[in-house]
Structures are given as structure tokens and as C-alpha cells.
Design a protein around this ligand. Structure first.
Ligand SMILES: NC(=O)c1ccc[n+]([C@@H]2O[C@H](COP(=O)([O-])OP(=O)(O)OC[C@H]3O[C@@H](n4cnc5c(N)ncnc54)[C@H](OP(=O)(O)O)[C@@H]3O)[C@@H](O)[C@H]2O)c1
Length: 262
């Protein structure tokens, strides 16, 4: 099955690194115009060059801190203006933030919910009217397998992600009569910028592949390895396409079998 995003325009938050950049490259290679949003302009700039090289469509890079509500909505509007429309919204930006429950402060709770839930709420609210009017839309929420199988030490992230799962279901019902399809991708352990940074901080004299394999071994992943960014981008590209036209309101684990629940 050939997946084409020809004629579509996508906005991907956290598109400068890791899974977001991987999706941006995959979407561009499949024919889409792509807007990527993240905070650090220099990393965003080099990601834009990579996404540009992957396809022939238009690519825009918009520096924005998604913790700022007004800037978030403005980034969407700038992307819409630059690309003409936004057909596909991927709420992907996030940080790894899980620690012992008793040490998570109110500020950390609010910041996690702002970035992982409220930024997505604001972008969906801004994106939906035009998607509904055009009778075509795709929203993909990138979450975490911990949302469905929370464990000690998972807060605040897994709580924010569980809210993202509920948001996915609410928006799927809301969007279905208008052919706006909304799904979630539940990430297990996949190669990305955050693991490259963790490797550099831990021991950059070693081998990155050994570092990530050790992480996979620690987590007892049934497939026995960490996921590749491209493997994640492939399923996102499918969900963003016409070929996924009968799939909405669901979540897909992209985790090598790690989650104890479906
Ligand atoms: N990779 C995994 O194994 C894994 C596991 C579970 C969940 N996830 C989730 O998957 C998503 C992607 O993760 P990743 O591993 O690809 O992470 P990553 O490599 O660290 O990339 C995160 C992206 O989000 C952007 N970002 C972070 N905070 C932001 C903010 N306040 N405003 C705007 N952009 C922001 C970053 O750019 P700037 O820092 O420049 O803003 C970057 O582009 C995240 O939501 C993460 O929680 C990943």
C-alpha cells in the first residue's frame, strides 16, 4: 500500500527533534507540506533543512513555547497562513517528566498539564472549525503507554497522558460527523532526541546503540529492542492519510509489545 499525503498540510509540534522530526520527514517524503513548531530556533532551523530535503513541498519552522497560550494559537495561525490550510495536526511536543509522587510540586503538575494537555486542547480548538468545514481532518495525539497502565513513579506524565487519551475520544466523537478523525499513538521506548541527550549526559564515551539496548533490556520489551524513529513515523503517516479513513477514536501502542494492556 502506497501512502500519499499529496496536497495535505500538516502541523507537528515538537517537530525539531526525535519523533516529531521523524514524522515531519516522513510526511514531507509522502508529499505533504509541513510546519514544525518547537522552542529552540537553531535546532528548529537544522530540522527544517532535513525536512526540506525529504520532499518537494513547502516547509515552515515556527519557534514557539507551547507553554504560552497566545503564542501557541498564533503559531497555528502562522502555519495556516504559510501553508494555506492545516489538514493534519500532530500534538507531539513533550518532555520526559516522571518522578516519585511526593516530590512533584504543584508547579510541575501545572506545567506538565499545560504542555501535554492544554497546548493540545488549544491547537485542536483552533484547528477544528476549518477541518470540519472542509470535511477532512486528522488529529494525532502522541501519548505514552503509561496512560493506560499507570505505575508508581509515573506522575505527572502518565496522568497528563491519560487526560490526552480522554481528549482523543471526546474529539473523535465530535469530529466524526465531519470526517475529522482523531487517534492516539502510545509510545513505549523509541529512539529520539531525549535518549541522545540522556546518552550524552550519562556517558558519551560509550556506544549509543549499547546504551539504548541496555534501556530496552531493563524494560523487558518483548521484541527485545528499542523502536526506530522511522517505525513510529510510518504508523503516524498512515493515520494521517486517506488510507486510514475508517479509523478514529482509537489508540495504537507503538512499543514492541511492552504495554501490559492493549
Ligand atoms: N521517545 C520515547 O521513547 C518516548 C516515550 C514516551 C513518550 N514519548 C513522547 O513522545 C513525544 C516526542 O518525544 P521525543 O522522545 O521525540 O522527545 P524529544 O526528542 O525530546 O523532542 C521533543 C520535542 O518537543 C519540543 N518541545 C519540548 N517542550 C516544548 C515546549 N514547551 N514548546 C514547544 N516545543 C517543545 C522540543 O523542542 P524544544 O526543546 O526546542 O522546544 C522537541 O522538538 C513527547 O510528547 C514524549 O513525551 C516519547
Amino acid at each position: 500500500m502506497e501512502i500519499s499525503l499529496q496536497g495535505r498540510s500538516a502541523l507537528i509540534t515538537g517537530g525539531s527533534e526525535g519523533l516529531g522530526k521523524g514524522m515531519a520527514i516522513r510526511f514531507a517524503a509522502s508529499g505533504a507540506n509541513v510546519a514544525i513548531v518547537a522552542r529552540r530556533p537553531e535546532i528548529l532551523g537544522s530540522a527544517k533543512a532535513e525536512v526540506d530535503a525529504a520532499g518537494t513541498g513547502k516547509v515552515v519552522a515556527l519557534p514557539c513555547d507551547l507553554l504560552d497560550p497566545a503564542a501557541t494559537v498564533q503559531a497555528f495561525k502562522d502555519a495556516e497562513q504559510a501553508l494555506g490550510k492545516i489538514d493534519i495536526l500532530v500534538n507531539n511536543a513533550g518532555t520526559s517528566r516522571a518522578k516519585p509522587f511526593e516530590s512533584v510540586t504543584d508547579e510541575e503538575w501545572y506545567e506538565d498539564l499545560e504542555l501535554k494537555l492544554m497546548a493540545a486542547v488549544r491547537l485542536c480548538r483552533t484547528a477544528l472549525p476549518a477541518m470540519k468545514q472542509r470535511k477532512w481532518g486528522r488529529i494525532i495525539n502522541v501519548l505514552n503507554i503509561g496512560a493506560k497502565a499507570p505505575r508508581a513513579g509515573g506522575a505527572p506524565t502518565v496522568v497528563s497522558r491519560a487526560a490526552g487519551l480522554a481528549l482523543t475520544k471526546v474529539l473523535a466523537s465530535d469530529g466524526a460527523p465531519h470526517n475529522v478523525l482523531v487517534n492516539a499513538l502510545m509510545v513505549g521506548l523509541i529512539k529520539s532526541g531525549q535518549w541522545e541527550r540522556a546518552f550524552t549526559e550519562a556517558d558519551n564515551s560509550g556506544d549509543y546503540e549499547v546504551f539504548v539496548q541496555d534501556m530496552a533490556n531493563d524494560r523487558n520489551i518483548p521484541l527485545g529492542r528499542i523502536g526506530e524513529t522511522e517505525e513510529f513515523a510510518n504508523i503516524a503517516c498512515f493515520l494521517a492519510s486517506d488510507q486510514a479513513g475508517y479509523i478514529t477514536g482509537t489508540s495504537i501502542n507503538v512499543d514492541g509489545g511492552a504495554s501490559p494492556v492493549v
